[in-house]
Each structure stands twice: as structure tokens, then as C-alpha cells.
Design a protein around this ligand. Structure first.
Ligand SMILES: [Zn+2]
Length: 314
């Protein structure tokens, strides 16, 4: 006689939820620049990207991004957007750089305001990593000075503090703030040439990679989770053409390094496990939340290409 089906359903033991890794793409205002910033070949004037002697009506408005990584082991903020003082005293805050990049920072979009909207305070950040030290990346440092650690590559720190004219930054952005520097380990002698990196949590999930060229010590971050990865490239590239067609951005500190970096980004973008390349000023990158699940069942509500935030079209 066949056994009667039991009315009781055997429950499998409760499985702990797979940890997720989140990347918040935060819009922190905009920057108005000459189109030659994106592509140096659109003008024969090698200094066209500075905007000097070029019509202001030419300027295009690009979003300024910061990124917050929420990892099970800690929070990492990448870049800090503009100093909120640009709202009231732009020339005092930016100095001569004001002529190269016009700031726009509406209320609610400074980095502290963005964090507050996520119920976070600066002391809850384990690391603030600056991809470089230009004012739309390091300007908001004054708002996150209470983070547990603030770091930038040593080459960037040295160049920015030497105040060389080719690298126009405002050192007031980090006055009185403790910024630590790091370098990359040399590739092992005799071994395969590998991209050196710094592993933030010691598990390979958040790795800082060198992307020098556009500025002397530019870095990016490769976030790997569940076998997929996202590459945050800061200002090493502005939009897809920079890495797909290897067109150089206008303000390249070292053209050869910049080309090598773009080639690296292109190689990464072709990797089938690459979910997206996030460039700080790419209009195709929307303010968004990217969630990576442990079993590669990622959820990304954005799109890899050509999605323009309506708010960025103004
Ligand atoms: Zn920038």
C-alpha cells in the first residue's frame, strides 16, 4: 500500500542569506568643461582642454560621481566631489582651476549630504580612497575628514603638493587633514608581468589598481564579487570612446602612460565577467545602486552603455 503523502512539508534548514556587496553610484554635482577634455584630438590646440581662449558657450556639462562600496567587512568611499564652498566662493575655493572646470553643486549633492541621505556619517567610513587629487575628486575631503582612513597614491600626493602648473590642483582641499599615501608592490622578478594592486580587505574583492597617465598617480578600483567584476576608473577615462577607440583625454599628464592605461581598461571591458566600467564623468553612468550577490546572480539596474540620466541632459 502506497504511503500516504504526508501533510507536513519538510523544511530545509534555514540558509543564511548570501552576503551582498553594494556599490552606490552617487552624483555630486556637475562640471562644465571644454569638449577637448573628453578627446584631445578634436582641437589642434594642445591646451584646448583648459578652456582658455575658447568660447564658454562651447562648454559641456558632465556629471561628477563618487562611489560608496558597502562590503561585509567595511565601507569604502571613492572620491568626494566638490568642496561645498564652491556654492558661495568658487574662485577662492578653486583658484585658477575655475577657468578649466566650472563647478555646479546643488543642495543635497555634496558628499556629506549624499551620505546623510543613506543614513551614514563620515566616521562610519572605513576608507576614503581618492583616485586623484583634482578638485572635483578631493574637494569634499573637508566633509569626510572624520573617516577612519584617507588614502591616495604617493605619486599623486607628491605631484599635487609640488603645485606644478601642468597639474593644477588646490592643496587647500587637504589642509589640516591626515592623508596617508601608498604605493604598489613591484611585480615579482622573473614572474609573469601582472598588474600590481592593493587589496583593501585581503580577500581579492576590492583591489586598488594603477591607472596613471591622465594624472601622475591616478588609481582605480576593481570590485570582484561572485566571479563578476566592476571597474571604477576615476578620471583615467571619461567615456567609452576613450577605451574602445583609445582616444586620449585632453588633460593627460603623461600621454604614453595614459594610452597604456586606456589599453588596460579596454582589455578589462572585453572580459566576459566585466559588468561595467564606471568613469567619474561618464554621462552614460547613472546614479544607481549596483548589487553583487555571492553566486554571481548580480542585480544591476543600470545598463552598460548609453544610458543618460535625464537630469544630466540640462
Ligand atoms: Zn574629474
Amino acid at each position: 500500500m502506497p504511503a500516504r503523502p504526508s501533510a507536513r512539508v519538510r523544511k530545509s534548514p534555514a540558509q543564511p542569506a548570501a552576503p551582498k556587496l553594494k556599490i552606490h553610484v552617487l552624483r555630486c554635482g556637475k562640471t562644465g568643461v571644454d569638449p577637448a577634455v573628453l578627446d584631445r584630438d578634436i582641437s589642434r590646440n594642445p591646451l584646448a582642454y583648459t578652456g582658455l581662449f575658447r568660447p564658454m558657450s562651447n562648454r559641456i556639462w558632465l556629471p561628477v560621481r563618487a562611489y560608496l562600496i558597502e562590503h561585509p567587512k567595511g565601507r569604502v568611499l571613492i572620491n568626494t566631489g566638490w568642496n561645498p564652498e564652491v556654492r558661495n566662493r568658487p574662485l577662492y575655493t578653486l583658484g585658477p582651476m575655475l577657468y578649466c572646470a566650472t563647478p555646479y553643486l546643488p543642495v543635497g549633492e555634496s558628499i556629506r549630504e549624499r551620505l546623510r541621505a543613506l543614513d551614514l556619517s563620515p566616521d562610519m567610513l572605513d576608507l576614503v580612497l581618492l583616485t586623484h587629487l583634482e578638485s572635483d575628486a578631493a574637494g569634499g575631503l573637508c566633509e569626510v575628514r572624520k573617516a577612519k582612513k584617507i588614502a591616495v597614491h604617493r605619486d599623486e600626493w607628491i605631484a599635487a603638493n609640488a603645485l606644478i602648473p601642468r597639474y593644477n590642483v588646490n592643496s587647500n582641499n587637504w589642509q589640516g587633514i591626515r592623508v596617508r599615501t601608498f604605493t604598489f608592490p613591484e611585480p615579482a622578478l622573473g614572474g609573469q608581468p601582472e598588474t600590481p594592486y592593493r587589496d583593501v580587505f585581503g580577500d581579492g574583492s576590492v583591489c586598488v589598481v594603477p591607472l596613471a597617465g591622465r594624472t601622475p598617480g591616478m588609481v582605480g578600483v576593481r570590485v570582484t564579487w561572485g566571479g563578476k567584476f566592476v571597474l571604477i576608473v576615476g578620471d583615467a577615462a571619461y567615456f567609452e570612446d576613450n577605451w574602445n577607440l583609445l582616444t586620449l583625454p585632453g588633460p593627460s599628464f603623461d600621454v604614453l602612460d595614459s594610452a597604456l592605461t586606456l589599453d588596460y581598461i579596454r582589455t578589462q571591458s572585453k572580459d566576459p565577467n566585466c559588468l561595467c566600467i564606471l568613469a567619474s564623468h561618464d554621462p552614460a553612468v547613472q546614479p544607481d545602486l549596483i548589487e553583487l550577490g555571492l553566486r554571481a546572480n548580480f542585480f544591476y539596474s543600470g545598463n552598460r552603455t548609453n544610458r543618460v540620466d535625464p537630469a544630466d541632459k540640462e
